[in-house]
Design a binder for this molecule. Structure first.
Ligand code: NAD
Ligand code: UD1
Length: 341
């Protein structure tokens, strides 16, 4: 019998790639998603890639009763992976209530419903944004957590604090919080990738949309950072590697291998690339010149972020296998496929 995993936000960018990895590893998947930032066609894409259509419940996790009903229907699940959240940083600065409401109501309703059904394993999508502007690099899980610049980031910091309290209060309840660095890339088939709504905020979709002629030019935010070429450094990680880490985390919880009721892991490659290096790699791989212009720094950006990967390697047994070239080529393949939609 396949073990059932509930994946909230499973139609989204990272969720959908994780669903594919779970199905590939013989799990049965139930997706709970309100499609507020995703498309129902994602189910067709998952089915095309894996040959399996996941169970889907269209549900807004802010709705306590509907969330409880969905969990009661799938009470045989062994773990929950909670991706559902709003994630646009600038929008969260403009509308904090919407962000706190969605990200906390959906988190708390999910936790309450799974506790009620006795589902004791929970994986949370956190972010490197909780490290703020780190004093030391690479960033280990021991680095100080700072109050994030945005309400979005703050929902991640506070959610981890909520989880600390919940594991203390509920014997047997175990959780892993995964702090993602900068997920980019798409499924190698070119059939699944990120579908940003409106104008992208993040670098890679902005690059591919500029190269595809959807945007006129890419603005590079700041070239006066103390880095090798003055542009900011990030740890870009392929979404398929990221998805694989979730399977490893699920197995660690199910097999009760964790050393603490709440464990935290960085998910990055350990390599930092500047914005200009990403642009140069993009131009090299696609053989397309990119129209870009250096402008001032973006508020809230930090000069450099990259992960120490030691803990994830030692405890999750997880390592990335895909490099920056794979991230760029798959992102571009996906962008080109979108034209034929
Ligand atoms: P996404 O927007 O593509 O996916 C989120 C999914 O959650 C969407 O399908 C959306 O429809 C759903 N959702 C949102 N609110 C919901 C609600 N109330 N009820 C039901 N479904 C709801 O985002 P993503 O990039 O896949 O990110 C997944 C998670 O990872 C999020 O929690 C995000 O904050 C976190 N994260 C993402 C990044 C990144 O760069 N993409 C970085 C760090 C952390
Ligand atoms: C951003 C969020 C972070 C969130 C993450 C994933 C901010 C301040 N941080 O991280 O909280 O977890 O996305 O959603 O928004 N860049 C450009 N031009 C662009 C876009 C980006 O030069 O048009 C630069 C940025 O200045 C940065 C790098 O590219 O140096 C990466 O940016 P982005 O993809 O937005 O990710 P982060 O800012 O690292």
């Amino acid at each position: 019998m396949k073990q059932k995993i509930i994946v909230t936000g499973g139609c989204g960018y990272i969720g959908s790639h994780t669903v594919i990895e779970l199905i590939t590893h013989q799990f049965e998947v139930v997706i709970l998603d309100d499609l507020s930032n995703s498309n129902i066609k994602t189910l067709d894409r998952i089915e095309k890639i894996t040959g399996v259509r996941p169970i889907f419940e269209e549900i807004d996790l802010k709705d306590t009763e509907k969330t409880k009903a969905a969990f009661s229907k799938h009470a045989d699940a062994v773990a929950v992976i909670h991706f559902a959240a709003y994630k646009a940083v600038a929008e969260s600065v403009q509308n904090p209530v919407m962000y706190y409401k969605n990200n906390f109501f959906s988190l708390l309703n999910t936790l309450e419903a799974q506790l009620q059904e006795g589902i004791h394993n929970f994986i949370f999508s956190s972010s490197a944004t909780v490290y703020g502007n780190p004093k030391t690099l690479p960033i280990t899980e021991e680095n100080e957590v700072q109050r994030p610049f945005s309400p979005y980031g703050n929902t991640k910091k506070i959610a981890e604090e909520i989880l600390e309290d919940i594991v203390k209060a509920n014997t047997g309840f175990s959780s892993i919080s995964l702090r993602y660095f900068n997920p980019i890339g798409a499924h190698t088939s070119g059939d699944l990738g990120e579908l940003p709504n409106g104008i992208p905020n993040n670098l890679m979709p902005y690059i591919t949309q500029t190269a595809a002629g959807i945007r006129k030019e890419l603005q590079v935010f700041g070239d006066d950072y103390d880095t090798k070429d003055g542009t900011a450094i990030r740890d870009y990680i392929h979404v398929v590697d990221l998805a694989d880490a979730h399977v490893k985390a699920v197995k660690r919880l199910i097999h009760k291998e964790q050393e603490q009721a709440l464990e935290i892991f960085n998910l990055g490659t350990g390599n930092g690339y500047t914005v200009l290096e990403v642009i140069q790699s993009f131009e090299k791989i696609t053989e397309k010149p990119l129209n870009y212009r250096i402008v001032g720094r973006r508020a809230g950006d930090v000069p450099a972020l990259y992960a120490s990967t030691k803990m994830a390697k030692e405890k999750l047994g997880w390592e990335t296998t895909l490099g920056i070239d794979d991230m760029i080529s798959t992102s571009w393949k996906w962008e080109e496929n979108l034209k034929n939609e």
